[in-house]
Design a protein. Sequence first.
Length: 317
Amino acid sequence: VPTQLFTDGITNKLVACYTDEGMGDALLVRVYGRKTELLVDRETELRNFQVLRAHGCAPDLYCAFQNGLCYQFLPGIALGPNHVRDPHIFRLVAREMARVHAIHANGSLPRPILWQKLRRYLSLVKTELSPKVSNASLPRDVPSPEVLEQELAWMEESLSQLGSPVVLCHNDLLCKNIIYDRTRERVRFIDYEYTGYNYQAFDIGNHFNEFAGVKEVDYGLYPSKETQLQWLHSYLQAYKELTQGHPADSQVSQEELETLYVQVNKFSLASHFLWACWGLIQDKYSTIDFNFLRYSKLRFKQYFKMKPVVTALQVPK
């Protein structure tokens, strides 16, 4: 069976297996990266994969084994930072995210996983990465554990008061996790390792941060307010249609739009903090060829740069 190794991922190894030259019958085998069980709850990932599949938001899942999964290959191109800026494509992305967010939690009011996950990552940073001596030290120019604790407490206090709804979120919508199928004019999301109930604004803010790219990060590519408002308008229109049953001309008020814009940009801070801590943990364990420490430092730097900017934003009264 011919195989093709995909090299875009920085958490796992991904291999396509096929017999048809055009890869029309391909299936994907994903092998989990070393020690990723510290970062990802694999049982939850499987459950979320099946929920998304049942709602037409994920490919067919063929089997799960001890250190990986096998699932249907989705034809199309994995997006890059230039694609997600294209208004035609970003409207498709906004509507697909609304489809995921509109999936109901059966009867229960789910709690956001954000704070639990951030506390877990931070405790891993403190216990796994600190030498067993009294003065726990992190790599140079990484904030101290005390500073990180203070920032996390501040975020939980301020962000949880913003009133962002808790919905089923992808939580890792980097460009390469979006597959654009030109023949069907649609996008699909892949990789549900971090999927779970979370703040709506976190999922969107996290995606906006990913406009900057992963291998070569450039925060000059973060979407302008004008681009964000267009994106958010498409999203809100689709989300209201799906959750409130309004017709296609669902009215989105200026106030709703401005409120979501403020929430999203404030929650983008939590995204920087999360992936910065993630990068420190990956730096210690991952065997994948990627400079996780450099990436982590970039995310911390952007967090502290943007904190005063987004703190000044006010939700419209």
